[in-house]
Design a protein. Structure first.
Lengths: 142, 164
């Protein structure tokens, strides 16, 4: 029998050329929460954020919701960003909100790459996707 | 507006008849499909088996992932795990997705043990519930200041001040 199960789902849409809108959900046997967050693509800065706490373990947990606003202005591209999110949002607020934000951050470039790859495939469906990805990643690393 | 990228991640813990725990960690998104399977052996929570499968658009640098993850065999889930995993699986020649998979799997193992404790607390109310929460903190001192509930100003912690 499964004794613990956690699902995380991250969706990314692009309301403008330089903005990613993330919706992140974490659901497991103990917790259920959601993050909606706009991020600037170029510098990874969090532009706005809201969190919904649906299932949690004690009466103090909802106090983590306003703590999320500390994240506005933080960059998901700066060195040590994951540790900063865990320290500022996780420790002062809720570790599981921090986990969703971190997963969104990990999806930042992947979402951008997927969007660019989709655009190219529309005109060139037979293109070498692996080569496109390697070139795209190399360009990002420069 | 349509979603341009969608990632699904699942981690599951299963108790096996021999007492060990099977952890299945899976990720699927527009670009990558990954599956990591660990076997964790109580009581010291040693990772006795680790395997990975990667599919779709896998960065070339990750081609050694199936061999790399074997380095984690023999490591125990517990204090200092993050540093050990980063040292074994991370870095420029490592594979970041394996680091995430192993740490998230280890966290799921911890939550597998936490779930029944929380379920016992659900039957309690009032002072008994608060006492149960404080007992949990006493038994798990790493929870202290780990989140808003266990910061010094929290009503849960204030009742613990004299006991710490």
């Amino acid at each position: 029998m499964i004794t613990f199960n956690r699902s995380q789902v991250i969706g990314a849409e692009f309301p403008s050329e330089d903005t990613v809108r993330f919706n992140g959900v974490l659901v497991d046997h103990i917790y259920s929460m959601e993050i909606n967050m706009d991020v600037q693509l170029s510098d990874g800065k969090i532009l706005s954020i809201e969190g919904i706490m649906k299932r949690y373990t004690n009466f103090v947990c909802p106090q983590a919701v306003p703590v999320l606003q500390i994240a506005v202005g933080m960059s998901l591209r700066e060195d040590g960003w994951e540790r900063r999110i865990m320290k500022e949002i996780g420790r002062k607020g809720c570790e599981h909100f921090a986990e969703i934000i971190i997963e969104c951050g990990r999806c930042l470039d992947q979402a951008w790459l997927a969007k660019d790859l989709w655009q190219v495939l529309e005109t060139d469906p037979g293109m070498d996707q692996m080569e496109f990805m390697e070139k795209w990643l190399a360009k990002q690393a420069d | 507006m349509t979603i341009r990228f969608l990632r699904n991640k699942v981690v599951e813990v299963t108790s096996l008849p021999d007492g060990s725990l099977a952890v299945s960690w899976r990720l699927t998104d527009d670009l990558l499909k990954a599956e990591v399977n660990l076997t964790v052996q109580p009581p010291d929570l040693e990772i006795v088996q680790a395997e990975v499968g990667l599919d779709r658009l896998v960065p070339r640098g990750w081609s050694t992932a199936p061999q790399l993850i074997k380095k984690i065999e023999g490591v125990r889930v517990g204090a200092g795990l993050r540093k050990i995993v980063l040292g074994l699986l991370g870095g420029p020649s490592g594979c970041s997705i394996l680091v995430d998979a192993v740490l998230e799997s280890a966290n799921a193992v911890i939550l597998h043990f936490t779930r029944p404790i929380l379920q016992v607390g659900e039957c309690l109310a009032g002072d008994e519930k608060m006492a149960n929460l404080r007992e949990m903190i006493k038994n798990n001192p790493r929870l202290i200041r780990s989140c808003v509930s266990f910061q010094d100003a929290s009503p849960i912690m204030q009742g613990l001040q004299g006991d710490k």
